[in-house]
Design a protein around this ligand. Structure first.
Ligand SMILES: [Zn+2]
Length: 334
């Protein structure tokens, strides 16, 4: 730029040496050229931040939601069994109480809040496609919503008997269909050994919830072994067999092969050896680290944060966690 600005000056200076008359005229020209040069120089200097801003704004406009989605916070909340306090058969001594139980009554308050407030109850594939892989833009109908994922580990019967009917009822009232993500151990499907052990859902329960459009069924390992305490063939068997059995149970219903595409680690435990095997079977892996999932902080698809729920958490506490979810904004900034 400086060379271009100096060119007229050089020409003026060359002409000015020829005659005395021309020197006066040349001096005038030189003065004008100097003024012009100073003006352009000042303009360009001042314009620099404006150019930078325009380039930034255009880039954000082009990439749209992708840029914004990097800063999205999504609470992923992990329940276990859901227990009806009004049903004596679900209370001690008929059924033992566990710290990870959550009551149907409290769950109902939380779920109604989410659905009434128009939250987007994500499936694990939604989370992967729109927020992790970002292979598709966030659907227009979900803009303005807050995303959240409700996960249920271990495949307990109480989820099917107590939580699913609530979701069905609320979905009918508010015309908003959300997903429950069930991380199950196929080895225990249909297993009900009595009061000291919690009853598990059957394959048919999973099919029922899935066909109604409410269940997303994913892996929690075949027999709920701590994956960091086994290795080699035993480790791969736990991962592979779980996916295989889930697909045997439900594969015919799932054209997109999404069932069993994701895993939540038993006890929330994973390590480098587990992560080395996972890409062969799963797209994502879920921890229990009590953190919000933040899109921009994810460095590894197999270390997705989840928040554990225990019996002492009030619906109000859960609602305050849910409120931390980002509201999805419209594409671009303009
Ligand atoms: Zn578990």
């Amino acid at each position: 730029m400086s060379i271009l600005l100096n060119l007229p000056l050089l020409m003026v200076e060359m002409n000015s040496t020829k005659t005395g008359n021309k020197i006066t005229r040349s001096e005038q020209l030189l003065k004008k050229a100097n003024i012009l040069r100073d003006f352009l120089s000042r303009l360009l200097h001042k314009a620099k931040p404006i150019y930078l801003f325009l380039i930034l704004a255009i880039s954000i406009g082009i990439s749209g939601w992708t840029v914004e989605s990097n800063f999205i916070r999504i609470p992923i909340i992990g329940f276990h069994d859901i227990v009806d306090t009004q049903n004596r058969a679900e209370q001690p001594p008929k059924r033992l109480a566990f710290p990870t139980d959550y009551t149907k009554q409290n769950f109902s308050v939380f779920l109604e809040y989410l659905i009434k407030e128009n939250y987007w109850l994500l499936s694990s594939q939604d989370l992967y496609v729109y927020f992790i892989d970002k292979s598709q833009p966030i659907p227009a109908q979900n803009l303005g919503q807050k995303p959240i994922m409700l996960a249920f580990d271990d495949g307990y019967k109480g989820v099917h008997e107590n939580a699913l009917p609530l979701l069905e009822k609320l979905s009918a009232i508010y015309k908003e269909k959300g997903k429950f993500v069930l991380f199950v151990n196929p080895h225990f499907l249909g297993v009900n050994m009595g009061k000291d052990f919690l009853a598990h859902t059957t394959c048919n329960d999973l099919r029922d919830g899935y066909q109604k459009g409410f269940y997303d069924v994913q892996s929690h390992g075949f027999t709920h072994k701590n994956l960091t305490k086994i290795s080699g063939k035993e480790l791969e068997f736990e991962i592979a067999k779980s996916k295989l059995e889930l697909r045997k149970c439900m594969g015919d219903l799932d054209k997109n092969k999404v069932i069993g595409a994701h895993i939540a680690y038993p006890y929330g435990a994973s390590d480098w050896e587990v992560e080395e095997i996972l890409p062969k079977y799963h797209l994502t892996g879920f921890l229990y680290d009590d953190n919000l999932f933040r899109v921009n902080r994810l460095q590894n698809n197999y270390r997705i944060s989840r928040i554990t729920v225990d019996k002492d958490m009030s619906p109000r506490a859960l609602i305050s966690i849910a409120k931390k979810a980002s509201t999805l904004r419209k594409k671009g900034w303009f």
